[in-house]
Ligand binder design. Structure first.
Ligand SMILES: [Zn+2]
Length: 258
C-alpha cells in the first residue's frame, strides 16, 4: 500500500539523444548524453506505440529534457520534452553524414556511465555551429573529433619530435604516423605504415584545439585545401584506434566524392 511513496526519484536533466534502437515490439532502447557528459542508456517502454510521452523527442541529436528513473535492470525513460532539434541534419546529405559520424563516434569512444564533463557542451556547441551554417560542417566535425579524442585521452601531445626532440616551431615539415603512433620531423626515415606529411600549420592547429578553452576553438581557422586531408587523416586515426571501419565515415566519404 505504500508503493507510491517509495517510487524512485524521477530526474529531469537535459540530454542529447545519441541513438535509438528498437527493442522487442514496442520498446525503444535510447542512448543519450546527459548534461554532465555521461553516456547512458535507458529503455522507453511502449514508446513505439504510445508516442505521446516522447513526441518528436527520440530523434538522434535532438536536445531534450528527459525524465527517467532507476529500474531494477537499468534506467527507465518516462517522458521527454523537446528543447532543440536541428533540421539541418535531415536536409543536406553531407550534414546528415556528419551527424551519423558524431553519433557513431560518441557510442564508440565514450565509455557508458563514465562522465567526461566537457563532452556535453562540446557536442551541443558543435550542433549549434553546424545548424547556424556559418562554419563548414566538416571543419566543425574535425574540431569536435579532435577535442573528443583529447577528452577521452587518445590525442598525443604533438609538441616535439618523438625521435630527436626538436620543438614544433623549429621545423616546417612533419610526419604524423599511426603505427607506431608518433609525430616526428620529416628528416627521419620511418618504417611502419600510416604516415602523413603535415606542415607546421596543421600541427599548430592540432595543438590549439587540444589546449584552448572550449568556447574559443571554433574561432580557429585552417586553409581549405588542408581541411579535407586532415578530415580523412583524423577519421582514419579513429578507425585505427577502434581497430575497425567507422561505417558512417565511409558513407560520408562516398557522399563527398560525388
Ligand atoms: Zn626529429
Amino acid at each position: 500500500m505504500f508503493a507510491d511513496a517509495i517510487k524512485p526519484a524521477v530526474e529531469k536533466p537535459t540530454a542529447i539523444i545519441v541513438a535509438v534502437k528498437e527493442l522487442g515490439e514496442a520498446d525503444l532502447l535510447v542512448f543519450f548524453l546527459d548534461q554532465w557528459g555521461t553516456l547512458r542508456r535507458g529503455v522507453a517502454k511502449n514508446a513505439s506505440k504510445s508516442k505521446k510521452r516522447f513526441l518528436n523527442c527520440l530523434e538522434p541529436l535532438s536536445v531534450v529534457s528527459l525524465s527517467y528513473s532507476q529500474g531494477r535492470t537499468g534506467l527507465l525513460l518516462t517522458e521527454a520534452q523537446l528543447q532543440m532539434s536541428f533540421q539541418v541534419f535531415r536536409e543536406d546529405p553531407v550534414v546528415m553524414g556528419v551527424g551519423n559520424l558524431m553519433e557513431e563516434l560518441i557510442i564508440s569512444f565514450l565509455p557508458e556511465n563514465d562522465p567526461h564533463e566537457e563532452s556535453f557542451s562540446l557536442t551541443l556547441q558543435a550542433l549549434n555551429h553546424i545548424s547556424e551554417r556559418k562554419l563548414d560542417p566538416i571543419f566543425v566535425t574535425i574540431l569536435w573529433i579532435l577535442r573528443m579524442m583529447t577528452l577521452t585521452g587518445y590525442t598525443p601531445l604533438f609538441d616535439r619530435c618523438a625521435i630527436c626532440g626538436t620543438d614544433l616551431d623549429r621545423k616546417k615539415r612533419w610526419v604524423w604516423q599511426l603505427e607506431p603512433l608518433r609525430c616526428v620531423c620529416a628528416d627521419h626515415y620511418l618504417t611502419g605504415s600510416f604516415k602523413w606529411e603535415w606542415d607546421v600549420e596543421v600541427l599548430m592547429f592540432l595543438q590549439a584545439v587540444r589546449t584552448m578553452p572550449l568556447d574559443h576553438i571554433w574561432r580557429l581557422r585552417l586553409s581549405s585545401v588542408k581541411l579535407l586531408v586532415l578530415f580523412r587523416n583524423v577519421c582514419r586515426w579513429c578507425e585505427f584506434v577502434l581497430q575497425r571501419e567507422v561505417k558512417s565515415y565511409r558513407w560520408l566519404e562516398r557522399v563527398m566524392a560525388k
